[in-house]
Every structure is written in structure tokens, then in C-alpha cells.
Design a protein around this ligand. Structure first.
Ligand SMILES: [Zn+2]
Length: 183
């Protein structure tokens, strides 16, 4: 099935599950709420596209209905920046989780994070208040955002490295290993 045919199938599935009865308005009712990784990359999108590794669930804000699995190509078809941003955030956090599971190093750079991913973690309350952040998780978020933005990673001091490591190990890793939205 070609891309156009897939899009027609997606469009019908979305409109059928929406309150609005036209694609242009129906597409505004949806959010990306979770992702699952297919163990052998054989997921099949509701549009018929096969061999999905990342299978997203989208939920309708207006009537509570969900559609699963949805591939990233179909999320792109919605043409909404916020949805595309959310799938990127989920994908980054899955990479963090996979590395945490296998015990490989997790670095504070674009291999594992994005500004949006850090913002998501902050909004989810991952940076709990403690003595190191003076009782305000925003300080952890702000620190990590600055470290993420450092172009020359060799310029990061050993003290800063230690702090990054602690935040990844004690706050981010437990979240990505247990959050139900990550499969
Ligand atoms: Zn699809």
C-alpha cells in the first residue's frame, strides 16, 4: 500500500474516532500519550504501514478514545508541531531507558536528550526537591539545560560531571524505567 493510500486509511480511522467529522478539525482533538517499542520491529500502524519499531498511542481529548498502534509517519501527517515534539521526546527517553537497562553510559547530549525532553522531565516532576537543588527542581532542570547546551563537552568540570551523573542515575533513570507511557 502506497503512502497516499495509507494516509486515506489513517484519515478515516481518525475521523471515525473523533467528535469532528472532518480531518482538518478532527486532527486537533488528538494527543500522543504513550509509546511502545516493538521487540522485533514488526508493529503495524492502523494505516497498514508495517515494520514499526516505535508504536505510539494517540488519545482523543474530546471523547477519550484511543488509537494504537500509530507510526511516527502517521503522527507527522497530523501536521502538528506539538505532536511531532512529543514523539521525539518519547523516542529520546526510550533511548535513555534502553541504555539504563543495558548499563551503557548515558550522556547529556543529543544522543539521548533534547531541550524538549528535559522540559518534559521537569514538567513531570522528575527533578524532585532536595538539598542539592535548594528545594526546587527547577535548579536541576536549569543546570542540565546548561550542560546540554555546552558545545565543548571537555569544558564540563569534574564536579559538574558528577552532578550530571547523579541526576541521571537517581532521578531520570528511575523515571524512564517505570513510567507506563514508555511501554
Ligand atoms: Zn500509519
Amino acid at each position: 500500500m502506497g503512502t497516499t493510500a495509507n494516509f486515506q486509511v489513517l484519515r478515516h480511522a481518525v475521523i471515525d474516532a473523533s467528535v469532528a467529522d472532518r480531518w482538518k478539525t478532527a486532527l486537533l482533538e488528538w494527543e500522543v500519550i504513550s509509546v511502545e517499542e516493538h521487540p522485533t520491529s514488526e508493529g503495524e500502524c492502523v494505516c497498514g504501514q508495517t515494520n514499526l519499531l516505535w508504536m505510539y498511542t494517540i488519545a482523543n481529548d474530546a471523547n477519550g478514545r484511543t488509537l494504537f498502534p500509530i507510526g511516527s509517519t502517521c503522527v507527522n501527517h497530523f501536521g502538528r508541531t506539538d505532536l511531532n515534539r512529543q514523539i521525539t521526546v518519547f523516542r529520546k527517553l526510550l533511548l535513555v531507558r534502553d541504555a539504563a537497562k543495558s548499563g551503557s553510559p548515558i550522556t547529556m547530549d543529543t544522543n539521548f536528550f533534547s531541550r524538549a525532553a528535559l522540559s518534559f522531565l521537569y514538567e513531570e516532576g522528575v527533578f524532585t526537591p532536595d538539598a542539592y537543588n535548594f528545594g526546587d527542581g527547577w535548579n536541576d532542570y536549569d543546570f542540565l539545560l546548561k550542560m546540554f547546551g555546552v558545545r565543548d563537552k571537555d569544558a564540563i568540570t569534574s564536579k559538574q560531571r558528577w552532578k550530571i551523573r547523579k541526576l541521571i542515575d537517581l532521578k531520570i533513570t528511575p523515571f524512564v524505567l517505570t513510567d507506563s507511557r514508555l511501554g
